[in-house]
Ligand binder design. Structure first.
Ligand code: AMP
Ligand code: GLY
Length: 424
């Protein structure tokens, strides 16, 4: 089978790595891919948003199956473009990807179908939003409605800060059109857990749990990022939490989407907060998480292509989804200064140390080949160093040891990925 992956980050490298191992995969393309993905796929320089060129390329090469991995193209209807051209595709259509692309939509869906989440109000007028804020108590949670690279959520400790936040989002348009509407949400406390689920529109199969570290600095300080590291499984995702979510969240959400005429096929990412009142949904995403994929996929026992095809074909009920009884930790190596400003183009040394290893991997996020064919840094998040272990402690030790095998000029990482493991 000829397979094509749309995307070029660490998540796509983890997917490409697993797809390339499948006996079903004879040829793999990636658009645009990156220097790591190039080890397992032929990379083609087409933007993830250029639906016409992507579809033409897939037709020209007789691609049998396409995987659309990132949020922006899914929200823009790139999966629809492939499906409408008669090409089997993994990833939700635009009308279902809205569960991530509009926070107002997902909050309304949860309210209508009684899916547990924080109380909220939505506003498209800044003055109205500010008037409402004045009736609430701190802290305030503001969310830009649309996609904002994971940065559209502000937690404000004072009313002044919250009013400034409304101005930034709705008037200054810090996140562009994503800020046309704003959701103001009840502040919740608790541990966060991510559960990614495969769905074919009817059947939903939750994967093993994971936890992300979104802040840039140690001790959860600094700005929100795309994710500085992950571990899987989460020791806080107990059987009790799992049962609650199976009863009240996963199937109910997929059924709600179907009832709304928005059949969801692909990965539904459920961001949960384990509050004192029970689990609550923080957000839904319409895709694998990055860097959640980097710790979940290496633990998957199934052939990923079979599972993804079953999502597209509507036959997920035939799949027995299995994960290894082990653990994985991913430490992101970033460019110092991320997520604000940073230099790139530095040579990366030590990548050969990861060749043909079974228990540790390096998934490329922002890398490219320079004119001399050397691999250089090309983004804020550069590499995800992933290690497996019999348990989380071992996986974390292995992952941090493996980070020492890599060097580049402005290498930056958090030193406390998985610290919560010590508190269990
Ligand atoms: P989201 O993109 O909606 O997951 O929000 C990003 C981060 O903001 C989450 O991972 C939480 O840490 C925090 N957050 C979001 N919503 C709330 C809430 N209602 N109460 C407390 N923290 C929140
Ligand atoms: N790591 C969080 C996300 O992919 O949205």
């Amino acid at each position: 089978m000829k397979i094509m992956i749309v995307g070029g980050g660490g998540r796509e490298h983890a997917i490409a790595w697993a797809v390339a191992k499948s006996p079903k995969c004879d040829k793999l393309y990636a658009a645009p891919g990156n220097a790591g993905i190039a080890e397992v796929a032929e990379c083609v320089d087409i933007s993830v948003m250029d639906a016409d060129s992507l579809v033409s390329f897939a037709k020209e090469k007789d691609v049998d199956f396409v995987i659309v991995a990132p949020d922006d193209p899914l929200a823009a209807g790139v999966a629809d473009a492939f499906l409408d051209a008669g090409i089997k595709t993994f990833g939700p259509r635009k009308n279902a990807a809205i569960i991530e692309a509009s926070k107002a939509f997902s909050k309304d869906l949860m309210k209508k179908y009684d899916i547990p989440s924080a109380a909220y109000e939505t506003f498209s007028d800044a003055d109205e939003a500010i008037k409402y804020l004045e009736t609430l108590e701190a802290p305030y949670v503001l969310k830009a409605d649309g996609l904002a690279l994971g940065k559209g959520v502000l937690i404000c400790q004072t009313l002044e800060e919250a009013k400034d936040g409304i101005k930034e989002i709705m008037i200054d348009k810090k996140f562009g059109d994503a800020g046309n509407k704003v959701v103001i949400e009840e502040f919740m406390t608790g541990r966060e857990v991510s559960v990614l689920c495969f769905s074919d529109g009817k059947t939903i199969l939750p994967m093993t749990s994971a936890q992300d570290h979104k802040r840039a600095g140690d001790g959860d300080t600094g700005l929100n990022t795309g994710g500085m590291g992950t571990f899987s499984p989460s020791p806080f995702y107990t059987d009790e939490v799992k049962e609650f979510c199976e009863k009240n969240v996963y199937q109910r959400t997929i059924d709600a989407m179907a009832a709304e005429g928005r059949e969801f096929k692909g990965v539904l990412f459920c961001g949960l907060m384990l509050t004192p009142k029970g689990p609550r949904v923080l957000e839904f995403n319409a895709r694998f998480g990055d860097p959640e994929a980097q710790v979940v996929i290496p633990r998957l026992k199934n052939d990923i292509v079979e599972v993804m095809e079953a999502c597209a074909d509507g036959t997920l009920d035939k799949i027995d989804l299995q994960f290894e009884d082990n653990a994985a930790v991913c430490v992101m190596l970033a460019s110092d200064g991320y997520p604000v400003s940073y230099k790139k183009g530095f040579e990366i040394k030590g990548l050969d140390n990861f060749k043909d290893k079974d228990d540790y991997y390096v998934f490329h996020s922002g890398t490219k080949f320079d004119e001399d064919g050397k691999i250089v840094t090309n983004g804020g998040r550069v590499l995800g160093v992933v290690a497996l272990g019999n348990d989380l402690l071992e996986a974390r030790k292995n992952a941090y040891q493996a980070t020492e095998l890599i060097d580049f000029d402005n290498k930056y990482m958090r030193h406390d990925i998985g610290k919560a493991i010590d508190e269990q």
